[in-house]
Design a protein around this ligand. Structure first.
Ligand SMILES: C[S@@+](CC[C@H](N)C(=O)[O-])C[C@H]1O[C@@H](n2cnc3c(N)ncnc32)[C@H](O)[C@@H]1O
Length: 222
């Protein structure tokens, strides 16, 4: 039987977007979820430090990068704007050079420069179920607390939670997670209460899809 890994890149994974539209899911097409998020909060990613947890092959992550400016990514930019000069000076503080990937378990990750690391926006698309299944209810609470700690005031969390039915399919794929799932008391519908208890406020609930996308904000302290 072929071995399947819990972590890493899912072969041919097209994201949950494939569940709702017939849109082109080629790698150079911006994911539908990013389009929905930027429509809901227009400047959410503009000039922000973004942490994309559970980024798979990084396709969504690089989609966040250019903020809609032509930056010779995706490949169709060549059609729209021609080729770049060969001798163009490279600014390594700009996209795509400023995108860094690290292979870690978020709960065990100490951050790029330590636990005090902050980033303006944290993205968790179709991944929280894996933290929940592997680390249990306690791990889930710790993950949401860690997210809240890492966000500055007016920082955002973009969360696409998986439904409880999808935990069942995960267990079919990874039977060793069955016991963990049976020990869980928290359900996806409890997440909003937990997020509120760690100091995050729901500002947008993007529905009309198989999986909702919730945008939370860390409010300004008064
Ligand atoms: C279903 S994929 C989602 C990919 C992408 N976010 C998307 O929605 O298109 C789940 C990802 O979560 C990652 N993952 C699972 N457990 C994790 C953990 N504890 N910490 C960080 N990433 C994790 C997996 O490696 C995988 O890349």
């Amino acid at each position: 039987m072929a071995e399947v890994e819990i972590y890493g890149n899912y072969k041919g994974y097209q994201g949950s977007s494939r569940l709702t539209t017939d849109e082109n899911t080629n790698t150079h097409v911006v994911d539908e979820r990013l389009t929905l998020v930027t429509a809901a909060v227009p400047d959410i990613f503009t000039n922000k430090d973004v942490l994309d947890i559970g980024c798979n092959d990084g396709r969504i992550t690089v989609g966040i990068g250019p903020n809609g400016e032509i930056d010779y990514f995706p490949a169709s930019a060549v059609e729209d704007a021609g080729h770049i000069p060969y001798m163009r000076k490279i600014d390594d503080t700009q996209f795509p050079f400023k995108v860094v990937f690290t292979c870690e378990d978020f709960l065990r990750w100490g951050g790029i420069g330590g636990e005090s690391d902050q980033c303006d926006v944290i993205v968790m698309l179709s991944m929280i179920k894996w933290i929940h299944l592997e680390h249990g209810d306690c791990g889930l609470r710790n993950a949401f607390e860690k997210v809240s700690r890492m966000l500055p005031e007016v920082g955002y969390l973009v969360l696409e939670p998986q439904g409880w039915d999808s935990y069942t399919s995960a267990v079919k794929k990874f039977p060793e997670l069955r016991r963990n799932r049976e020990a869980l008391h928290i359900r996806p519908e409890d997440f909003s209460g937990i997020l509120q208890s760690v100091g995050l406020e729901l500002v947008k609930d993007i529905g009309g899809r198989k999986r909702p996308i919730w945008i939370y904000k860390k409010p300004l302290k008064r």
